[in-house]
Design a protein around this ligand. Sequence first.
Ligand SMILES: [Zn+2]
Length: 242
Amino acid sequence: MSATTLFGTVLTAAVLVTAAGCGGEGGTTRTESPPTAPPTSAGAPPTPTSAQRPAEFTSKIENVSRSMLRYSWRPGCPVPLSSLRRIEMTYWGFDKKPHTGHLVVNAGSAGDLVKVFRRLYEQRYPIQRMEPVDVYKGSDFDSIEANNTSAFNCRQATGSGNWSQHAYGLAVDINPCQNPYVTASGYVAHKHCVKYRNRNLDHPALIKPGDKVVRAFASIGWNWGGTWSGTKDYQHFSSSGR
Ligand SMILES: [Zn+2]
């Protein structure tokens, strides 16, 4: 490949990245973009692209074992281990760098969820951390306290005796601090996240109606808890809408 061809490729990629950032998210649009070749370098040999571009998104879908889910799964849970998968994939961090995370989900939705997170990565939606709740010994509270993005947890729905959609691996909670669970009376359980009741704050992880996160999940038919009446669950996306 000639230097000219390669330079053209880099330019094309830069244009695509710029276009992807124009999603109309208002205040949440990020201004930084991956470094691109300076326009004056046409006569110079191109520098290696590996040093310029963040890592490509990669993903791997694996079976889960009992030892992987020591705390978050037990006999009597509504889905067997054989119906769950662990996705290993790239996510864009709060530090504006690529990271590898793990998300445990229902086997039937694993492929769709990879598509969603690929899209979020390419759009540079930042995620603080992505670890199975087993890292927090199955504690939803501790996982939220760490602002962890997670999916499967064999637990009951908050304030009810029914299984949560998380117990089926059919719900994902995204950056739960910037996107809190807010009761109808306005209560938020995590003290340092109370300020995010104000949905007009400008934080790149804060999910807003119709933004890139809502649209990415809508593309696989999943709905957002931010649209619930009364209680709002701004971190929550699920296949059933519950
Ligand atoms: Zn949830």
